[in-house]
Design a protein around this ligand. Sequence first.
Ligand SMILES: Cc1cc2nc3c(=O)[nH]c(=O)nc-3n(C[C@H](O)[C@H](O)[C@H](O)COP(=O)(O)O)c2cc1C
Length: 356
Amino acid sequence: MGIFHKLATSLVKTLPPEAAHKTALRALALGLGPKYACDHDILKTELAGLSLPNPIGLAAGFDKDAQVPDAMLAAGFGFVEAGSVTPLPQAGNPKPRLFRLTQDKAVINRMGFNNKGLDVFAKNLRARQGSPGIVGANLGANKNSTDRAADYLTGLAALWGLADYFTINVSSPNTPGLRDLQGGDALEDLLGRISEARQNLTGDQASPPIFLKVAPDLDFAQIERITEQARTYGISGIIISNTTTARPEHLKSDHKTETGGLSGAPLMRPSTRILAEFYAASGGHIPLIGVGGIANGGDAYIKIRAGASAVQLYSALVYAGPGLAAEICDDLAARLQADGFAHVSQAVGSLTSGQT
Ligand SMILES: Cc1cc2nc3c(=O)[nH]c(=O)nc-3n(C[C@H](O)[C@H](O)[C@H](O)COP(=O)(O)O)c2cc1C
């Protein structure tokens, strides 16, 4: 990372977290972000039919309204997931709702799907149509919606043809009841309706991939059931994981008792364990995207060896700035080469169980 971006990242960190985020978005929109083409043949990845220059993605929540996807692609990310977007604009929870746990290299948030809604999101995607780079839309449901499943269908219909892939986010802890959609019958109903909507929208064209994003707070029986249902209804991949409602005992920071979802370093182990369990449950038959606590190339490599075909990150950017994508990308390529892999796809799931 250049000295300018290191300095800018340090300055932004002196602001309260939400103001810092807003400032970073503004700077990125003005073209002041880092620029780096992470170009290693060993990292070029096919993910559910998407061609990625590298498997390091930006996780949802950083760019909720799809304001800066191209700036993040230019910084070195191999793909960007914008959102979560809900059908109607939503203010989210009262502030403060975003907390740095600096000593723990972690974040707690209870944003509550603050976003400008589908109209603005669609407008932003329309403005970049034809630009290179994979940009996905992470769909959420409005807090006051009486039929939450219908909100995902509304999102699909509004953004069909504008997003390169979709993510059905049923795992944010900050919309009461949303995670219930991960449960047996509710998930069955939701995935059935999504599969039907997808067929209607697709016609005789190829469908963009549709991923399902899950929580890390799941047991193996739930993991097996979700995997089976995802396969039955043609889900293209599973993103593991969202933030956790758990609070590991080793947390040190003052804000550790705040309500919300915990992300960053303390999520690395639990989310990777769940990822490995999804890999075991799916037998490698459905692509997995590993998210949670990635802060360096070594972390990304662990997720890939645990079964992830691609990875995403967000919280580490709060501490290191957007230049981190390029560092992780180069480091991952070097690690794969050092271990004798000809291509990243060969490393997927290469970690034996027990090593996560
Ligand atoms: C402030 C904040 C907002 C987030 N908002 C969303 C969101 O809107 N939708 C979503 O699917 N995940 C959201 N996430 C979760 C991240 O996408 C990611 O799954 C999680 O933070 C774990 O990755 P990390 O440890 O690299 O941050 C958010 C995370 C943070 C820190």
